[in-house]
Design a protein. Sequence first.
Length: 202
Amino acid sequence: MSPEINAPTMTRPTSTGRPIVALDVDGVLNVRGVGWPAHTVAVVEADLPDHPFRRQHPGGTLELTVHLNPAHGRWIRRLQAAGAEVVWATTWEATANLLAPHLGIGPLPIGVETASFPPGLTETPTSWKGGALSERCAGQPLCWIDDFNGHTFHQPWQRWVGGIVDPSPTLAIRVDRSRGLTSAQMGHVTRWVRQQLATVKA
């Protein structure tokens, strides 16, 4: 695996109480048509995760175009400096770290991965990520940022997410995949992180 994407897998958090911010990629950080700068990343087929949520491609290298907002990278760095642990929660898994240099950040830990939490035959990406985050982050303050694949839930969606991811407190940010993560949503998460850190220090 390329050094750029060989980030440490996220282990079960200790009882430090540090808030975890789990980030999706597509529809959250990578959005077309909104004027964000385009970047090309080369992904080696063998480095891609082996799960049912992605299209299979012939062997070799894939040239992917991603559209990223540099403001997101600056925000991630501020969260890290404040004391939050920012992790990937995406079906890209470790290959998401190919985006890190374009965001101006270092490699992030992998919050969900099929190697340690294999998806069930009938699972969606959302339910799989929810179960994996529940296992990884049990008892840890968690903010999960995702477009939730455009799903509309029969019950209030934040309560639905809270039923899957069971640490306390939990904040779920549902992103409009046509707009990506907004400055207002970033501000909401930043305030939540500060509240959790203040609780830890109290």
